[in-house]
Design a protein around this ligand. Structure first.
Ligand code: AMP
Length: 287
């Protein structure tokens, strides 16, 4: 049984723990999360362990108020730190950084923030104004606090991943971004901390998202129109799913692909199932 990770709630504390690991010559990896951990999150820890068995693996657990809009689920977002720490012990994380909001934002917020640009205002950013500015600001802070060699981000949040990679490149942040594949439930539902909000019937309805993405991918050779028609047919059949968007974006630019596009794409979907907003995506090559 691996040792329980050290749990730290101050910036000074996690910096000291990281400095101790550095003094032993260990590399440092960061896995940023909002907690309520599931197997998807744990796969990040397993991946960085594979990449560097000696790494000091820090998992941050912080529900970042800056990335939640008014009326979203900031207050009721699940907070399960004891359970999270037990799960992280089982996969051999070294440290958990779980700061309070006051520790991260002692002045009540941030005056100078990261701006996610034009892509940050589309899709998730259009549905959740300010979301990506808030998310990137917190990610930038965590990267500055922990100063890891590598940090993991899940493909589950495809637009966030694209923006983090852009931020790292555009701002020359000295970190390697490690992309983590989507971990799914046996039926295909992408694992998410928000899945625990779903009733059994809603869980069934939510399967339409991954089914629509699979239908889209199956038409990849036929081009964008066929892809969109196939996905929309699946989504239209499921009355429990209220679609926010279904789109196919260029994996390089995150812009919707034009007619006749050939190359790597990401099909992205967002939908409301009951009161819960879910997102999912699939990567494939078009044409
Ligand atoms: P969250 O706690 O939802 O902010 O997610 C923390 C990290 O885990 C992000 O990089 C997410 O993209 C990633 N993540 C969330 N769900 C999954 C999943 N099903 N599979 C793999 N990674 C995930």
């Amino acid at each position: 049984m691996p040792a329980r990770p050290v749990v730290v709630d101050t910036i000074a504390g996690i910096r000291a723990a990281v400095a101790g690991a550095r003094a032993e010559g260990r590399g440092v990896a960061l896995v940023p999360t909002m907690g309520a951990l599931h197997a998807g999150h744990l796969s990040h820890v397993e991946r960085v362990r594979d990449l560097d068995p000696a790494a000091f693996v820090v998992v941050s657990v912080f529900v970042n108020p800056l990335q939640f809009g008014a009326g979203e689920d900031f207050e009721r977002y699940p907070r399960t730190l004891d359970d999270d720490v037990a799960k992280l012990a089982a996969v051999g994380a070294d440290a958990v950084f779980a700061p309070s909001v006051a520790e991260m934002y002692p002045d009540g917020g941030a005056v100078v923030t990261v701006h996610a640009g034009a892509v940050g205002a589309t899709f998730e950013g259009a549905a959740r104004p300010g979301h990506f500015d808030g998310a990137l600001t917190a990610v930038a802070k965590l990267l500055h606090i922990v100063a890891p060699d590598s940090a993991t981000f899940g493909r589950k949040d495809a637009q966030q991943l694209w923006l983090v990679e852009r931020m790292v490149r555009d701002l020359d942040l000295p970190v390697r971004v490690v992309e983590i594949p989507i971990v799914r439930e046996p039926g295909g539902l992408a694992m998410s901390s928000r899945n625990r909000y779903l009733s059994a019937a809603e869980r069934d309805s939510a399967l339409a998202l991954s089914r629509a993405l699979a239908a889209a991918e199956s038409e990849a050779d036929a081009g964008i129109d066929a892809v969109l028609i196939a996905a929309q047919a699946v989504l239209a059949e499921e009355p429990g799913v209220e679609v926010g968007y279904f789109a196919v974006v260029d994996a390089t630019t995150f812009a919707p692909v034009p007619d006749g596009f050939r190359g790597p794409v990401i099909a992205i979907v967002a939908a409301r199932v009951g009161a819960t907003r879910l997102i999912d995506n699939a990567r494939f090559r078009l044409g």
